[in-house]
Design a protein around this ligand. Structure first.
Ligand code: NAD
Length: 538
């Protein structure tokens, strides 16, 4: 039984306490539940079976999303059992790609509040309203302002689906108790005219606040979180790139925080590159990597790639020269106009080239798409990659699936089955001329839950760049020989909890070694990690 001593209908209405038909006769007697439930006493296994039947009865993914969301609001442990026992089927329903649709339709499928909302009206009162949250032992805060939701743009307060989904992944993949996770919508308005005109829209109905007002509000929020829950990690999620970098630089020195789109993506993609280079039998130190798209995701990966090369013994200048960015205007060069700071380290002295010209001339081994624009890896580009590589490594990372730069099938077709392909959202295995090829999924869920868990177990005072490098190396080391042989640069998603535990163990070890840890080193770190993981069984 859960810790709260609730009785009767109150027990059935509390998702952390409710076991519904699994309450035993003795519990029904003691908790005043007699008469409130049908006679049969189910096991949790039977409840999982029933929930799965109901889930599969729905005709659409959005219907399944709503069903799962309601289940988590009714019986949290059953929800997590269902997710954890059927990860491959359910992760795409609670996160990308379905969460993209859920965010678009948020105001229309809304059933009840989940997570915490902050608006400009709360200025001056932020600390005090945090006390309204029912659970006060918060360890992870996932916050978005909804301005760059996946590759879907400004969805305002509809973006709440993202932190809610990420919090669920912390629990399902990283074993962090749901009561320790807080999803937050930092609702500072929206510039999406369609939403502002929609009578059902639920967010603050005004244009986005900007500049000093925005930063002052975020300062107040961050300070309030630090005051309420000093040990909590803050994860920034789906901010537009200039804000993503500005907020990271503003807080990373004094707050235990990270930006998942920059740093989590970087570790996830780097892990894929490390594993793919094993498949392609290429030496990491000699890889040439090209990005299409030069936003937060691409430049975050590029920075971590440089760290990995330097760790492998390459000097920093040479490491930078292995990485190239191409954006909407073509190759990013030292002469590109109005270069953002985060692109400058990769803006090399080179004559201007368009995307195809850049592949032809630079001959990258790895091509990574982070544009948010579907179809940008067209047949010509992919065939060019195949003409300059035996095993072209092609990652189409844009989410959701509808935004992927190319499909898995296209990547295999256009390279004669030679591509090592991965995507941001899942693609099914492809039958290519009788061979079953397994696209990898470069899902950040492989990385951030393990980093969070490792940081929490070691009470780390910061989440630094080395932790992301360690996470990438650990994730890559978890890809089995069989998976590599199938052409997959990532472990199967069903192993994600073991992957998280491995990452958490290595991150915590590093925290103890580097002086970042805030508690005493346990004798067996892996045991400390595993025994801290949430178990939804009853
Ligand atoms: P962003 O808006 O910061 O960057 C997009 C970049 O793409 C910009 O530099 C833009 O100029 C460029 N671009 C747009 N259209 C282009 C085109 N036709 N040709 C060349 N460049 C083009 O966004 P971001 O945060 O970097 O995210 C980009 C995408 O990556 C999103 O779809 C997001 O869902 C995805 N993403 C995936 C993962 C993952 O798979 N693990 C993680 C994070 C982000």
């Amino acid at each position: 039984m859960a810790d709260k001593q609730l009785r009767g209908v109150a027990a059935l209405q509390d998702p952390a306490v409710n076991k519904s038909t699994a309450f035993s006769p003795a519990e029904r007697e003691a908790m005043g539940l007699r008469g409130l439930l049908p006679a049969a006493v189910s096991t949790q296994d039977l409840q999982v079976q029933r929930a799965l039947e109901n889930l599969r009865r729905k005709d659409t993914d959005i219907g399944r999303y709503v069903f799962l969301s309601s289940l988590s609001g009714r019986n949290e442990r059953l929800f997590y059992r269902l997710v954890m026992d059927h990860l491959e089927e359910i992760l795409p329903l609670i996160y990308t790609p379905t969460v993209g649709q859920a965010c678009k339709e948020f105001a229309h499928i809304y059933r009840g509040a989940r997570g915490f909302y902050v608006t400009p009206q709360d200025r001056g009162e932020m600390r005090h309203i945090l006390d309204n949250w029912p659970h006060q032992d918060i360890r992870v805060v996932v916050v978005t302002d909804g301005e760059r939701i996946l590759g879907l743009g400004d969805l305002g307060a509809n973006g709440m689906g993202i932190p809610v989904g990420k919090a669920a992944l912390y629990t399902a993949c990283g074993g962090i108790d749901p009561r320790h996770c807080l999803p937050v919508m930092f609702d500072t308005g929206t510039n999406n005219a369609e939403l502002l005109d929609d009578p059902l829209y639920l967010g603050a109905r005004h244009p986005r606040i900007r500049g000093d007002d925005y930063l002052a509000l975020m300062d107040e929020f961050v300070d309030a979180v630090r005051d309420a829950w000093p040990a909590a990690i803050i994860q920034f999620e789906d901010f537009v790139t200039p804000n993503a970098y500005a907020l990271l630089h503003r807080y990373q020195e004094r707050v235990t925080c990270f930006n998942d789109d920059i740093q989590g993506t970087a570790a996830t993609a780097l892990a894929g590159i490390l594993a793919a280079s094993r498949i392609a039998e290429l030496d990491l130190r000699e890889l040439r990597v090209m990005f299409l798209g030069a936003g937060a995701a691409a430049t975050g990966i590029a920075d971590l790639m440089v760290n990995a090369l330097v760790a492998a013994g390459v000097d920093s200048g040479t490491a930078h020269s292995h990485v190239w960015l191409v954006d909407r205007k073509g190759l990013v060069t030292a002469n590109s106009p109005e270069l953002a700071e985060y692109k400058k380290p990769f803006a090399h002295d080179h004559p201007p080239l368009d995307f195809l010209g850049a592949i032809r001339e630079i001959r990258p081994n790895v091509l990574i798409g982070a544009t948010g624009q579907p179809g940008t890896f067209n047949e010509e580009a992919v065939r060019l990659m195949a003409s300059v590589n035996d095993r072209p490594i092609i990652f189409a990372l844009s989410n959701p699936t509808s935004r992927s730069e190319c499909t898995a099938e296209q990547a295999y077709q256009w390279t004669g089955g030679r591509a090592v392909f991965a995507s941001g959202s899942p693609f099914a295995p492809v039958d290519y001329q009788g061979r079953i090829l397994h696209p990898g999924q470069g899902n950040n869920a492989y990385v951030f839950p393990g980093i969070g868990l490792g940081a929490l177990v070691s009470a780390a005072s910061a989440i630094d760049q080395n932790m992301f490098l360690i996470a990438a190396q650990t994730l890559a080391s978890q890809v089995s020989e069989a998976e590599l042989e199938d052409g997959s640069a990532y472990p199967r998603i069903v192993r994600i909890r073991d992957v998280s535990a491995a990452i958490a163990t290595r991150v915590a070890e590093y925290a103890y070694e580097s002086g970042l840890a805030g508690n005493e080193r346990p004798d067996d770190i892996e045991h400390a990690v595993r025994s801290s993981m949430y178990d939804p069984h009853y």
